[in-house]
Design a protein around this ligand. Sequence first.
Ligand SMILES: [Zn+2]
Length: 298
Amino acid sequence: MGRETLLTILVILLGGLAAQPLALWPRHPLPDEAPRIAERRAWLRLWLPVVPALLVAAWLFGWALREPDPVHDRFDHGMLVMACLPFAVIVLRAVLRATWVLLSEPADLPICTAGLLQPRIVFSPFLARALDEGQIRAAWEHEQAHVRHRDPLRIWLAQIATDLQWPWPWARDRFIAWLEILECARDDEARSRGASGVDLAAAILATVRRSAEARRPHEALWPTTADAALIGDVQLLQSRIVRLLSPMPEIAGTQVHGARQDLMAAAGLAALLAIACILGAVYGERILHPLLLWTWTV
Ligand SMILES: [Zn+2]
């Protein structure tokens, strides 16, 4: 079998097996923290079950670097392909859903942030006419926060991470929990930049009234957009409005702290992937050879 073909099968099979135990982990409620910190924690929880699969993939890439093409090991091709099939379905489903979102039109919402690589704010002039100056500024600041954090791209990636943990419902729960806290975090960022909570609440309510369809992401069977909207999940509207009408807690310094945490997490993951790749190059054949031979002998 060709090296790249075997590598693909092994990444799907062993990566899928590595992802499943953590995907089964039930969702625990987030601790009561500032939304900007809780949003990052929820984001990491979303990705945690995918990390073992990424490490296995890096290890296999390391193995493939020193493997001849085609691979000489004896193994049962049929058994390997059959074992890989359930995980291949999960990967195919995730790819199709991600592609569908890429090809879909922007959400039909009066205001949202759209665009994966170059996010831009879509603001309906009909909505703008219904708002006063303070409300427009508050809604704009909320969307600007989505732009600064490239939230459409993050929502798209989070959807892929969630789909790779299909069919377990806890993965979907973690995705929804992250979307909920994301909106509160962006509300706080808008308020920290001078937007009034009362104006933002009024803008959100006006947007809900003008929305052709209320977004209820946990009920969507097929994702149609990765856009970051102003209104988020309508079921949580009441608690969000109450929060906006309350004084904002002190959040100074959390943005810098959070950015540093993100950098450290990314650097840590990159280091782990590099180590896994090196280990795969050094010890990959020693471990994979008996495994492949086992499929031949049973
Ligand atoms: Zn939003």
